[in-house]
Design a protein around this ligand. Structure first.
Ligand code: IMP
Length: 198
């Protein structure tokens, strides 16, 4: 079994990534590694934040690890909230307040196109690699569904009639930004493992 440390304090993300992983891979969360502090996210891009979190954990543990940063990019709002997605309505990171702000800012808008973008930063033997996953869709007029987390109740992925919050976890993982980015990460790691001398 190959183990990777996932530099996140978000249990929803750990659970989604574990569901996407193929046999032979498992993720260890920061909590399992005894790290409970909030990770720094001071950069102005998703790439910057993902790297900052991965570097922070690598500096503490000295072990290969990856971090991810996700943003919701709403077309009619010029890509907002983007890197500010978690704190859109303030530092409390309250999902209901965040969704409400997005809905209010989109009132009357006919273009409701949006996408989730996940960037994964991997540190392997000190080298850094980035992976990206995108899920396109639209922002609903109101919340729908109670599953998932974050902005899931107001995001309807392209080609579906339900919001992410109305989908079972398997369906969301198959089409989601995070699912796509994690599958790229695993493909990269498997390719590298198959080429490395034994
Ligand atoms: P961060 O990547 O932890 O900084 O999270 C950014 C923000 O995006 C947070 O408000 C999360 O709740 C939200 N978010 C991240 N992934 C998802 C998702 O899969 N669905 C809905 N919201 C998400």
């Amino acid at each position: 079994m190959s183990t990777l440390i996932f530099a996140t304090g978000n249990p929803h993300k750990v659970s989604e990534v574990n569901q996407v992983l193929s046999d032979g891979w498992e993720v260890r969360s920061l909590a399992e590694m005894g790290i409970t502090e909030e990770l720094p996210e001071n950069q102005d891009t998703l790439e910057g934040n993902a790297l900052e979190k991965a570097r922070y954990v690598y500096a503490i543990l000295g072990e290969d690890c990856f971090a991810e940063d996700t943003g919701l990019e709403i077309e009619a709002l010029g890509g907002e909230p983007g890197v500010l997605t978690a704190r859109y309505a303030g530092d409390s990171k309250d999902p209901d307040a965040n969704m409400k702000k997005a809905l209010v800012r989109l009132e009357g808008a006919t273009n409701r196109h949006a996408r989730f973008r996940t960037v994964i930063a991997l540190i392997l033997d000190g080298d850094e690699f980035l992976f990206e996953g995108i899920a396109s869709g639209s922002i609903l007029l109101e919340k729908s569904g109670t599953g998932g987390f974050g902005y899931d109740p107001i995001f309807q992925p392209e080609g579906f009639e339900e919001s992410f919050a109305e989908m079972d976890a398997t369906t969301k993982n198959r089409i989601s930004h995070r699912g796509k980015a994690v599958r790229q990460l695993i493909a990269f790691l498997e390719d590298r493992t198959s080429k490395s001398p034994r």
